[in-house]
Every structure is written in C-alpha cells, then in structure tokens.
Design a protein around this ligand. Structure first.
Ligand code: RIB
Length: 293
C-alpha cells in the first residue's frame, strides 16, 4: 500500500524566548535556528522513518533546496516535489522556556497547488492506497475528490484549523487525526468524550484525538482505545502531532493493534518533543523501539 503525503513544506525559523511576545511588545530572542519543517514534509519524514512506502508531494520555491534535501537525506522519494517561482512557505516559531510554541505560517509556494499537479502525482495511485492531507495547502477539497475517484483512503489532519475546513467534503474522510482544539472547532464540544460522540454523529470517518498531557484516544469501528503520555523533558513541541500522525498511520497499516499503534506513536512524539526542530528531529522506528524498551 502506497501513502501519498501531499502537503506543505516550510522553512521554519525558531526563536527561543523566555515567553511568547505580547501585543505591542518586543522581546529579544536568545537563539535563532533555521530548520526544515511544514506539516507535509514532517508527516512524510515521519511516515518514511516509521517504515511506510510514502510518496511525498509538495511545492517549494527556488529557495527550497534545503527542504528537498531532507527527503534525500532520510532516503525518501523526492521526485514529486516541484519547484515553483514563488518563495517557499515559511513559519515563524516562538519557543518559550517550557518548550511550548506559537506559530505564524506564511504559505508561499504551498498555495500554488492545482488540479494538474494533484492528477500528475496521483497518476499511479491504486484503489486502497491512501492520501494524507493537512490544511496548510490550497484546494484540499479538490484533492480529496480526486483521491476518492481513484478509490483511495483519505486521511485528514485539519490543521491549522480555519472555517474553510467546513467546506471540505468531510464525509469522504476515512480517518481524522486532530488535537483537542481542532476536535472542539469541528464539533463545538470541549470534553474529549463529547467531541468523539459528536464526530461519530456528524462524520463517518474514524477519529484519532490527541489530548496534550492526557495522551490520545482513537475511535474506530471496533471500539475506543486510549493511551497516556510518555513524560520526557520538553525542548520543543513543534512537529509532535506530525510525528504522531506518521507513526500511528504506519503502525495501523502494518497490522498493529490500535493500542500498540497508539503506544508506538506516543513514544515517537515523546522523542521528537525532547529535541529542537521538526523534520530533522523525527526518530527512526529503531529509536522508537529502543525508547519503548
Ligand atoms: O506541525 C509543525 C509545523 O507547523 C512546523 O514545522 C511549521 O512549519 C508549521 O507548518
């Protein structure tokens, strides 16, 4: 089974600060790191490092060689990532003393997707293959429709959340991967149990909900499964959700039980938050197994 990971590629600017900047305030950063990221690139790397047969797809600018290089460095297929004349997407990420983040994202080339590109990269997709999408590129709805025409399974991480999500064909999503805030925005509920119940009432797809410090919960046809959080010293939470997505999906596809998939994904996320950065901080499956021992 092939997984087409179609999403954003960003140059991430990480500013280390004692706390997030307030309105009208200027703070001096103690460090700046420029690293590869973007939800699409991060999830592609996570899927690849987990062991999946992933086909990363995305658009970068002339300045995006460092983003393509990440795929080459980890040994993933970079052949479908295209260069455009627009600047690459970028993110300005404040990281506070507790490792929490606050992100501004500028879409750049990530908003240059069109039907021709989706059809080109999905040309060899077969029924049963999967497409993984987030909300950091344009025309996500069109991509979902094309994937469904081909009999593919659709996985959606509705992040970053905005009202445009509601205009997507959400009834065609097979699996939602969201955090508590995204789940709340989708349903109007705040309690995790109520979010899961409302999602089940509104949408046919399975739901994986990450709950920050309370771990994660997965609702699918066979039941509801939960896992707690592995406590680790936090350096930077950026990319934790993307890492969870990649390892959880691969584990399910590889035939692991839902409980085991949650455990593996939680461990991978714990490793990534103990490191600064996104794409290059994502562990290999061997590192995850070692952590779990
Ligand atoms: O999910 C983390 C990512 O969100 C960062 O790498 C940043 O690029 C933003 O897109």
């Amino acid at each position: 089974m092939k997984i087409y990971s179609i999403g954003s590629f960003n140059i991430d600017y990480f500013y280390s600060l004692p706390r997030f900047v307030g309105a009208g305030e200027t703070l001096s950063a103690s460090a700046l790191k420029v690293l590869p990221g973007g939800k699409g690139l991060n999830q592609s790397v996570a899927l690849h490092r987990a062991g999946a047969r992933v086909i990363p797809c995305g658009l970068v600018g002339r300045d995006g060689e460092m983003l393509i290089d990440v795929l080459k460095t980890v040994g993933a297929d970079a052949s479908r990532v295209k260069k455009t004349d627009l600047p690459s997407g970028h993110a300005i990420i404040q990281v506070d003393a507790a490792g929490q983040n606050s992100i501004i994202v500028y879409h750049g080339a990530n908003f240059a997707f069109d039907e021709a590109y989706f059809r080109e990269v999905l040309a060899d997709a077969e029924p049963g293959d999967a497409v993984v999408l987030q909300n950091e590129i344009n025309d996500v709805g069109l991509c979902i429709e094309i994937a469904k025409e081909k009999g593919m399974r659709v996985v959606l991480n509705p992040s970053p959340f905005d009202d445009g999500i509601f205009s997507l064909p959400l009834d065609k999503v097979d699996l939602f991967l969201c955090n508590e805030l995204e789940g709340a925005s989708l349903t109007g509920e705040t309690d995790p149990e109520a979010i899961l119940a409302a999602m089940a009432a509104k949408y046919p797809g399975d739901v994986l909900l990450t709950l920050g410090g309370s771990g994660s919960v997965y609702r699918c046809g066979s039941g509801v499964y939960r896992h707690g959080l592995f406590e680790v010293p936090v350096a930077d939470t950026t990319g934790a959700g993307d890492t969870f997505t990649g390892f959880f999906l691969f584990s399910l596809i590889a035939g692991e039980s839902p409980e085991a998939a949650l455990r593996t994904a939680s461990a991978a996320s714990a490793i990534v938050v103990s490191r600064m950065g996104a794409a290059l901080s994502i562990p290999t499956m061997d590192e995850v197994k070692e952590f779990l021992q």
